[in-house]
Design a protein. Structure first.
Length: 289
């Protein structure tokens, strides 16, 4: 499935539905990672509903683009996006983190969930997996792409930079890393815990083509993704500036919501906040048209 006609209003509405269902699944689970999942809902919507070449009805289609969620703890946004894309029923989202569920707290390939490419959650490993996949595709003469989602705090893992060096060395132009640059990690601000800046310059020095984009602006993201065909054999990193908890005003930009789920009593307030936020976003869409 590839939706070629860009429509930001449709994408915004889809992202709102995905955020709503992320919250519902987290409440049903009673635990999980709310902040990053909400923060990346727009990027995931952009990928699965506009950018990626994939077929939900045929999850193992050999020519599909692959998405590797290196920051495995934000699994709720991956699961919810996959369900909305049609990989499995929406009802299954309410089994998040339950014993025997295909929706484990961190992605488990062995669970058999359609659309899930690899187990992840041990931070710092996904870019190496993605690099290997991109290298395999090139050896096989394939043109599919590999998208790898990394947290910004995750970049403090040294193995990320081994993979970055390797991907540039092997000139893997069909590898696209996307960094969830919310400037927060489990213990606070990334720049206080272990400084990442100047981040764009670091990736450039490793031989990558770097884009920086507002990860909540579909039109801006579309402009970046539209340029990927021109990157030749240079791997691409997109630094997506995001807001942890985006859409639920009372938890936005609060690192304490990295790994905490709302309680059932909080859900109505969170959903109300989400509705308000969407109404504002929707209004701005119409004003810009
Ligand atoms: Mg972060």
């Amino acid at each position: 499935m590839t939706q070629r006609i860009f429509n930001s209003a449709v994408l915004k509405e889809k992202a709102m539905q995905i955020r709503r269902d992320i919250l519902r699944s987290l409440v049903a689970a009673g635990s999980g990672h709310t902040g990053g999942s909400l923060g990346m809902a727009d990027v995931f919507t952009m990928l699965y509903f506009h950018v990626m070449n994939h077929r939900p009805e045929m999850p193992d289609w050999p020519d599909r683009d692959r998405l590797i969620l290196s920051a495995g703890h934000i699994a709720p946004v991956l699961y919810t996006t996959l369900a909305h894309a049609g990989y499995f029923p929406l009802d299954e989202l309410l089994t998040l983190r339950k014993a025997g569920s295909r929706l484990q707290g961190h992605p488990s390939r062995g669970s058999g969930l359609p659309g899930l490419e690899v187990s992840s959650g041990s931070l710092g490993q996904g870019l190496s997996v993605a690099t290997g996949l991109a290298l395999a595709a090139r050896i096989d003469g394939k043109t599919w792409r590999v998208y790898c989602i990394l947290g910004d705090g995750e970049l403090q893992e040294g193995s990320v930079w081994e993979a970055a060096m390797s991907a540039a060395h092997h000139r893997l132009g069909r590898l696209i890393a996307i960094i969830d640059r919310n400037r927060l990690q489990i213990d606070g601000n990334t720049e206080h815990v272990m400084r990442l800046e100047p981040l764009a310059e670091k990736w450039q020095a490793f031989g990558w083509k770097v884009y920086t984009v507002n990860g909540h602006d579909f039109s801006a993201m579309n402009q970046v993704f539209s340029q990927l065909d021109d990157c030749g054999d240079v791997p691409v990193v997109i630094i997506a500036n995001t807001l942890m908890g985006k859409g639920v005003g009372m938890i936005e930009n609060d690192y304490r919501w990295h790994g905490k789920a709302p309680g059932a009593g909080e859900l109505p307030h969170f959903l109300e906040s989400l509705e308000k936020s969407y109404a504002q976003v929707n209004q701005s869409t119409h004003e810009n048209e």
